[in-house]
Design a protein around this ligand. Structure first.
Ligand code: SF4
Length: 276
């Protein structure tokens, strides 16, 4: 069996694990990096998910996990996986489209430190054109329901068509008491490669950086550093984000997700990283 150092040489810590529990989703967004994978039935089991959490906790000192999919609220064992993560000392988070599934979300609430909802624009028409009709209002309903019970946040995939609405989105999230807004640049993979979504330019992101840094958004924090091309890389022995797909593919940054992946994979049955 591979040792961790031979599989990821030089890496001593993983700050945050992104564990995709399933590919399936109740949406098929135009920006979705999963693309055809959304149709795949693959899921991990509850035991495999907890095995992965135990592995990254003990081998890479990981203390933060985001469970996602596909749509994690379609995964029946989600409350049990979240409870297992808490028992292992993790800060727990899910990233959801926030569309209905309130019963499942309520079952998760006691085990959740942060609810993150995907919002792809600051106004309904822009968000709904990427996702589905009614999804913008549903996402904000979900955030308003969760806000008194747990920390809330959002993630937004930037395109040339939605970037102008992001300041409005940030203000609305701030007013709800959200803690953070994670911005990502859309990449031409999966559905985004087929749907004609236009990526943002560095000029557009620079302009958004100036707008956001000039606004009073506290207590909302926004990862504005990704809007500038000169973003500082993390120390080389720390992985800020490691994402695992339900079929074991491994990505070490947002920029890699849904790309060819690394020459390593996660073996869910062995509960370990192995050479691909
Ligand atoms: S972007 Fe998220 S909500 Fe949309 S289809 Fe993909 S997994 Fe589902």
């Amino acid at each position: 069996m591979n040792t961790p150092t031979s599989v990821l040489p030089g890496i001593r810590r993983v700050d945050k694990l992104y564990l995709e529990l399933l590919f399936r989703c109740n949406f098929s967004c135009t920006i979705c990096y999963h693309g055809e994978d959304l149709k795949r039935p693959d899921t991990v089991t509850i035991e495999q998910a907890i095995g992965a959490l135990a592995y990254f906790s003990s081998v890479f000192d990981c203390r933060s996990v985001c469970l996602l999919g596909g749509e994690p609220l379609l995964f029946d064992g989600l409350p049990l996986v979240l409870g297992g993560a808490r028992a292992l000392g993790y800060q727990t988070e899910i990233c959801t489209n926030g569309y209905k599934r309130r019963t499942m979300l309520a079952q998760c609430a006691d085990h959740l430190d942060m609810l993150r909802v995907s919002l792809d624009g600051g106004i309904a028409s822009v968000h709904d054109s990427i996702r589905r009709p009614g999804s913008f209002d549903a996402a904000f309903d979900t955030l308003a329901w969760a806000a008194p019970q747990m920390r809330i946040g959002a993630t937004c995939t930037l395109t040339a068509d939605n970037i102008a609405t992001v300041p409005t989105l940030a203000e609305r999230l701030r007013d709800l008491g959200a803690r953070d807004l994670y911005l990502h640049r859309v990449r031409p993979v999966g559905n985004a490669a087929l749907s004609g979504v236009t990526p943002v330019t560095w000029d557009q992101t620079q302009q958004l950086h100036e707008q956001l840094t000039g606004m009073d958004l506290a207590p909302l924090s926004v990862n504005t550093d990704i809007l500038l091309p000169e973003r500082c890389p993390a120390p080389s022995d720390v992985v800020e984000k490691l994402e695992i797909a339900p079929d074991g593919r491994v990505y070490l940054s947002c920029a890699e997700v849904a790309g060819p992946g690394r020459p390593v994979r996660f073996d869910f049955d062995a509960a370990a990283l192995v050479t691909a």
